[in-house]
Design a protein around this ligand. Structure first.
Ligand SMILES: [Zn+2]
Ligand SMILES: [Zn+2]
Length: 141
């Protein structure tokens, strides 16, 4: 799979039992819909529960389809912008075919702050809470 932003090869990273695809060029992250679904069945820690209570039903607004960003998973898919309020307003791009989600590195900054190393995010539960909130969003067309 290739980065929808810059075409670099995506590398698989495994975090908390969930496989993500990361671009080592721009540090963007790809979330497969299937992987997000699995997050919903995992047990939650206290941290994640609190985060979900706080951000579980974030405001989402659909934006325009991005003409040049193609889905890394299904080459016919086009990415559509969504504005997603999870603490801060962030922009994510969702494939209109497979419902996978691309999150740019600077948008991860907006969600997780400067200390956004994946391992740390996984340890304190923020990543799982975010993925769970996204999976709720992504299950509705
Ligand atoms: Zn990239
Ligand atoms: Zn797709």
């Amino acid at each position: 799979m290739k980065c929808p932003r810059d075409g670099a090869e995506l590398a698989t990273v495994r975090i908390d039992g969930v496989e993500l695809d990361k671009c080592h060029h721009c540090d963007g992250l790809w979330f497969d819909q299937g992987e997000l679904d699995r997050v919903r069945n995992l047990d939650f820690t206290d941290v994640e529960e609190r985060l979900e209570q706080k951000y579980g039903n974030p405001d989402v607004a659909a934006g325009k389809v991005n003409g040049y960003m193609r889905c890394p998973r299904c080459t016919d898919g086009r990415l559509q912008e969504f504005t997603y309020t999870y603490g801060n307003r962030v922009r994510i791009d969702r494939c209109n075919e497979c419902l996978g989600v691309w999150v740019d590195d600077n948008e991860l900054d907006a969600i997780f702050g400067e200390e956004k190393q994946l391992e740390k995010m996984a340890q304190d539960g923020r990543l799982k809470a975010f993925m769970r909130a996204m999976s709720n969003l992504m299950s509705s067309k």
